[in-house]
Design a binder for this molecule. Structure first.
Ligand code: NI
Length: 475
C-alpha cells in the first residue's frame, strides 16, 4: 500500500507537466495561426484596413443583401452598423405592414450596397445605397456616406479635408447651385428652398472624395421631386485644390488594378467521358478572405474542380483571390454586383448589375465570367431577355446544400450526398466557415462513390446543353 502511493506522485507530476505543456503549446499555436490568417487577410484586401462582408437572407416574404465594410476599430464600425441596423429595421417594419401584399412570387427586397473610394493611403470614402422595395411599384433609395481613416481609427469630417472652411464651403455651394441651374433635365424638379436648406449645414452633407471630384449626394425627395431620384453633384477637384489640407492634396491618389491581359479566354475545358459520373460544385457569394482559400485548398487536395459565382462587390475587395481561383483551374461565374433580386429591376439595371461584375472580374484576372447565376435563383422573362442579349448562359442548380441555413457540416453532407446524382449542379456558399468544414468529408464520400468534380461549363458541354438556358443540372 505504502509503495503504491509513493509511485503515484511522480506519475502525477509527469502528467501535470504534460498537460500544462500542451496547454501552452496549443495556446501559442492557436494565437500564432490566428495572427497568420489576419496578416493574410490584410494583404488580400484591395483596400488595406477594410474587409467586406455581404450577408444575404431569404424568407417567404422578403430577400435581403447587405454589404458591410469592416475596419479594425469600433469607432468606425459602430456608426456604420447603427445606420445599417436602422435601415434593416425600417425595412422589416415595412414588410410587416405590407405583409398581406407579399408572398413567394412577390417578395420585398432590401439591398444595401457600398461603393468604396480610396482617397489617400488609409482614407476611404464609403458611399452606401440602401434600396428597398416593399409591395409598391417604386422602390425607395437612401444614400449615406462615411469617410473613414483606418489608421487614425476615426470618421473624417469635411473639416479634416478642407482648410479655409467657410470659403471652401461657399465654393461648394456655388458650384452646386450653378450645376443645377445649368442642368436642364434636373432643374425643373428642384425645390430651391429645400436645396438651400440642404446646403446650409456642411455637417449634414453626404459627401465622398476622389482624385477627380468631391461628390455631394442628395436623397430622393431631399431637394427635388421624386422623379429626379437621388442626385449626385460632382465638384471638380480643380475648384477645390486651394482648399485641400496639404497632406490630403499630397496623398490624393487612386490605385488602379492593371488588368492581366495574358489570357482573355476562359479556363480550358476538359472533355468528359459520356459514361462517367460527374458533379459540378458551385460556390456563391464570395470571394471571402477566410473561407474561399480554405475551399480552394480542399478542392486541391481532392483534385476537384468547381465553379465560383462571385459578387462584383466582393471581387473589388479581393482581386487576388479571383486570380487564385483561375490559377487553380476553376471556373468563375457572374453572381451580379449587389446580389439584388433581378426580377425587381428594369432591364437597364439588370444589365448594369451583370456588366459591372463582368468588368471587375476581368480587371482582377484578365478572364471573363462564363455564366450568370441570378441571386436567390430569381429570374423572369425580363432577366432572360437580358442574359440572352448578353449571350451568357443562366445557370441555376439541381441540389441545394442549404449550407446557408443549417450552417452544419453534417447536415450539409447529408443533404448533398442524399440528393446528388451524375450531372447534378450543387449550390453552396464560400462565405460560411461551416461550408469549408463540410467539404473534405463530402468530397471524400462522393469520390468513393465514383464521382468526379468538374466545372459547370464542362458539365453543360457533356449534357449538350445548348443556348442560354436557364440550366439546372440533373437531380
Ligand atoms: Ni447568392
Amino acid at each position: 500500500m505504502h509503495k503504491i502511493i509513493r509511485l503515484k506522485w511522480p506519475a502525477w507530476a509527469i502528467l501535470f507537466i504534460v498537460v500544462i505543456g500542451s496547454i501552452i503549446t496549443f495556446t501559442y499555436w492557436t494565437k500564432h495561426s490566428q495572427a497568420v490568417t489576419e496578416v493574410q487577410q490584410k494583404a488580400l484586401s484591395n483596400y488595406p484596413g477594410l474587409h467586406l462582408e455581404t450577408l444575404t437572407k431569404e424568407t417567404d416574404t422578403y430577400t435581403l443583401a447587405i454589404s458591410k465594410p469592416i475596419a479594425e476599430s469600433e469607432a468606425i464600425n459602430k456608426p456604420i452598423e447603427t445606420w445599417i441596423n436602422q435601415q434593416e429595421k425600417k425595412f422589416l417594419t415595412n414588410v410587416e405592414e405590407n405583409n398581406q401584399l407579399l408572398d413567394k412570387d412577390r417578395r420585398a427586397h432590401l439591398n444595401i450596397h457600398v461603393e468604396t473610394e480610396k482617397l489617400a493611403d488609409s482614407l476611404y470614402s464609403l458611399v452606401f445605397t440602401a434600396y428597398q422595395i416593399t409591395g409598391g411599384a417604386n422602390g425607395q433609395e437612401t444614400i449615406k456616406t462615411f469617410n473613414v481613416d483606418v489608421k487614425g481609427n476615426k470618421m473624417l469630417d469635411l473639416k479634416d479635408i478642407l482648410k479655409g472652411k467657410d470659403e471652401a464651403y461657399d465654393t461648394i455651394r456655388t458650384s452646386v447651385r450653378e450645376q443645377i441651374d445649368q442642368n436642364e433635365d434636373l432643374k425643373p424638379y428642384v425645390f430651391q428652398d429645400a436645396m438651400e436648406d440642404a446646403l446650409r449645414n456642411p455637417v449634414n452633407w453626404k459627401w465622398s472624395l476622389n482624385e477627380k471630384a468631391l461628390h455631394l449626394y442628395f436623397d430622393e425627395y431631399e431637394i427635388a421631386a421624386g422623379a429626379a431620384g437621388t442626385i449626385e453633384i460632382n465638384i471638380p477637384i480643380a475648384q477645390l485644390r486651394a482648399y485641400l489640407q496639404d497632406d490630403v492634396a499630397e496623398q490624393l491618389q487612386v490605385t488602379v488594378v492593371e488588368p492581366n491581359t495574358e489570357g482573355q479566354s476562359s479556363v480550358k475545358e476538359k472533355a468528359l467521358d459520356p459514361n462517367g459520373k460527374y458533379i459540378a460544385l458551385t460556390f456563391d457569394d464570395g470571394p471571402h478572405p477566410k473561407v474561399t482559400p480554405r475551399v480552394l485548398q480542399t478542392l486541391h487536395d481532392y483534385q476537384a474542380k468547381a465553379t465560383f459565382y462571385m459578387l462584383g462587390s466582393q471581387v473589388e475587395y479581393y482581386p487576388s483571390i479571383v486570380r487564385d481561383v483561375f490559377a487553380q483551374g476553376h471556373e468563375v461565374g457572374n453572381h451580379t454586383e449587389k446580389h439584388t433580386d433581378l426580377t425587381q429591376l428594369d432591364q437597364a439595371m439588370i444589365e448594369q448589375e451583370i456588366k459591372e461584375t463582368k468588368q471587375k472580374i476581368y480587371q482582377a484576372s484578365g478572364y471573363y465570367p462564363t455564366s450568370i447565376r441570378p441571386p436567390y435563383g430569381a429570374y423572369n422573362e425580363s432577366v432572360k431577355q437580358v442574359t440572352n442579349k448578353l449571350d451568357t448562359p443562366m445557370v441555376l442548380w439541381s441540389v441545394d446544400s442549404l449550407d446557408w441555413k443549417t450552417r452544419d457540416p453534417d447536415a450539409i453532407n447529408q443533404v448533398v450526398s442524399e440528393q446528388v446524382a451524375s450531372g447534378s449542379i450543387v449550390l453552396m456558399h464560400d462565405i460560411h466557415p461551416t461550408t469549408a468544414d463540410a467539404l473534405p468529408q463530402l468530397l471524400s464520400t462522393l469520390k468513393e462513390e465514383g464521382y468526379e468534380f468538374v466545372t459547370v461549363s464542362e458539365l453543360l458541354s457533356l449534357q449538350k446543353a445548348k443556348g442560354n438556358g436557364p440550366f439546372y443540372g440533373k437531380s
